[in-house]
Design a protein around this ligand. Structure first.
Ligand SMILES: Cc1cc2nc3c(=O)[nH]c(=O)nc-3n(C[C@H](O)[C@H](O)[C@H](O)COP(=O)(O)O)c2cc1C
Length: 539
């Protein structure tokens, strides 16, 4: 399988990193902002919406649904893909975003399809670029004249070159992590507005590309291409889907693709770098993992059981604002090792990773990713290496696949102490010798079932495994902020040494992402400005 070959050849080893240039070519640093020059720009409202929605409600629901208007769609984007701050150090100034990204390179572009328009989100301006206007009969189904519609579509693409510029061959993995974070960010922003969001397996990647016009060669010239990742329906819908809505483009992609193809298109993609380095293995894995659509992959899709374990709201005050937590999310650069996390807070964070509540209702597959935790500083919990299973059925499999001497002592349902040990140094070493993996409350490796789902469903599922990791990361990023801590995604880790630690061999299970959470140490050398001039000062 090409995906497995790609995965193997982009592993970091103690004595050798995955192939990359090995240095940063500043002359070709990609522009982080894609624009479609010549496309009309539709400014989005600067007025916040739903500022009083409590943080807990993102997961427990009960938020009144906002009407679907350009204002509320703008708020969805502002609180998922918008700018969170501008940072400055000396002469360098750079933007951070609500969604995290490996190396802050932001390969993920967001698109809206609404009211007969295909719109590209321009986060610097907080505006929508009108790429296409088409006959909108299809998209108006479900809304009487003068009423707001029930739903719209949001789609994501990746500009893989942005990550490849820095990370070379491993970049495809990071693009997929970032797409997963973006799906999580969009899902939780939608929850803040009282909406559901659900990926649409009915759409093939080729259909998404056609709808968004990223397959229009003439509009790109020598500009970097965008790779279709996913499309989702957002709105005031039952999570199970939109029944009896045949013209909506939700279940019949071709109707909407045809309408867009026949529409009027505007703008040409800007070129992001003056020169590029080719990484043929990325082209190969990109092609091999394109989703062919539901028709070609049979009935392999298994629906996750909705509502199997809704997290307990826990003991946190209800006064935390969802919007504030979402916008203040940052990656920690280092942790203060004197910080401790309370046991209840830790366990309620793990509960949030169980399927059922948002953001897990955005995806239609059951958990394939489970956690190997390095617990350093959680009160009343023995420091050590733990397994956290997001599906109890995996227990016997993991026991059989891992070293026989591991303890498997149940700490709580789903959480098992494997080795009571101060695992700080181990986590640090495994995570490319990064102190953030050691100095926090806990670190973790996300261990995915790799080979079997790719065989059962197709290589396209490789991308989705990373999306699942990104969703886990996105939940933990927000949970960290809500608990008064901070988190950091860790894409740099030594792959096989993680497997060796617990005795995993072969391709059945592979570590796809690391993560860490702790008490942050602020970098006081940086100055910080708000993401948008019209908003107040951020921290
Ligand atoms: C997939 C992924 C991998 C990352 N890997 C690392 C890492 O190995 N080390 C690190 O210090 N930060 C890592 N980060 C954090 C990014 O550097 C950070 O998200 C980016 O600089 C943007 O900053 P922000 O998260 O504060 O918005 C990672 C983030 C993501 C999403």
């Amino acid at each position: 399988m090409i995906a497995v070959r790609y995965h193997d050849s982009t592993k970091h080893h103690f004595n050798r990193f995955a192939r990359s240039l090995g240095y940063l070519d500043w002359a070709t640093q990609p522009n982080p902002f894609r624009r479609y020059e010549g496309a009309p720009l539709r400014a989005l409202s600067h007025e916040p919406l739903a500022g009083d929605v409590p943080y807990e409600a993102l997961f427990t629901g009960g938020v009144p649904a906002q009407p679907i208007t350009e204002h509320s769609i703008g708020e969805l984007l502002r609180c998922s893909m918008g700018l969170s701050a501008w940072k400055q150090y000396g002469q360098s100034r750079w933007a951070l975003r609500v969604n995290p990204s490996s190396g802050n390179l932001h390969p993920t572009e967001a698109w809206i399809v609404h009211d007969g328009r295909v719109l590209h989100y321009a986060p610097r301006e907080h505006a929508l670029e009108e790429r296409c206007v088409f006959s909108s009969r299809t998209q108006r189904v479900g809304a009487a004249e003068g009423q707001s519609p029930d739903h719209f579509l949001v789609a994501l693409t990746s500009i893989i070159w942005r990550e490849a510029w820095k990370y070379g061959e491993r970049a495809f993995r990071y693009c997929q992590h970032d797409a997963g974070h973006a799906i999580g960010a969009l899902r939780l922003s939608a929850a803040m507005l009282g909406w559901t969001l659900r990926l649409l397996p009915e759409w093939s990647d080729a259909q998404i590309a056609a709808l968004l016009g990223v397959d229009r060669d003439a509009d790109f010239g020598d500009a970097e291409r965008e790779e279709a990742e996913c499309i989702a329906v957002v709105g005031r819908l039952a999570p199970s889907g939109v029944e009896g809505d045949p013209g909506s483009g939700i279940r019949d992609p071709e109707g909407l693709v045809g309408a867009a193809r026949g529409g009027s298109w505007f703008g040409r993609a800007n070129r992001l770098s003056s020169d590029h380095v080719d990484w043929p293995i990325i082209d190969e894995v990109t092609e091999a993992t394109r989703y062919p659509g539901i028709g070609d992959q049979g009935s392999g899709i298994k629906k996750a059981e909705p509502g199997s374990r809704i997290p307990d709201p826990g003991s946190r005050p209800e006064t935390l604002s969802a919007r504030d937590i979402i916008i203040q999310r940052r990656s920690a650069l280092s942790f203060d090792p004197s910080g401790y996390l309370q046991r209840d807070a830790f366990l309620s964070m793990l509960d949030r990773l169980q399927p059922g509540a948002p953001p897990w209702d955005a995806i239609d597959w059951p958990p394939n990713v489970h956690l190997l935790l390095f617990v350093h500083r959680v009160e009343n919990l023995t420091p050590g290496i733990y397994a956290c299973l997001r599906d109890p059925a995996v227990l016997d499999e993991w026991k059989a696949a891992m070293r026989p001497e591991l303890l498997w002592e149940a700490a709580t349902p789903g959480l098992f102490l494997l080795v009571p040990i101060d695992a700080g140094r181990i986590a640090n070493r495994l995570s490319c010798d990064q102190d953030i993996a050691e100095d926090g409350f806990f670190g973790l490796a996300m261990i995915a079932r790799l080979e079997q789902p790719l065989r059962d469903r197709g290589e396209w599922f490789y991308r989705r495994l990373f999306w699942e990791c990104g969703l886990i990361g996105q939940v933990l990023y927000l949970e960290a902020e809500a608990a008064g801590g901070r988190a950091t995604g860790i894409g740099c880790y030594y792959d096989d040494p993680v497997h060796d630690l617990v005795g995993l061999s072969g391709h059945a299970w592979q570590s796809l992402y690391h993560f860490s959470m702790g008490l942050p140490v602020e970098d006081t050398r940086l100055t910080s400005e708000p993401g948008y001039l019209w908003e107040g000062r951020t921290r």
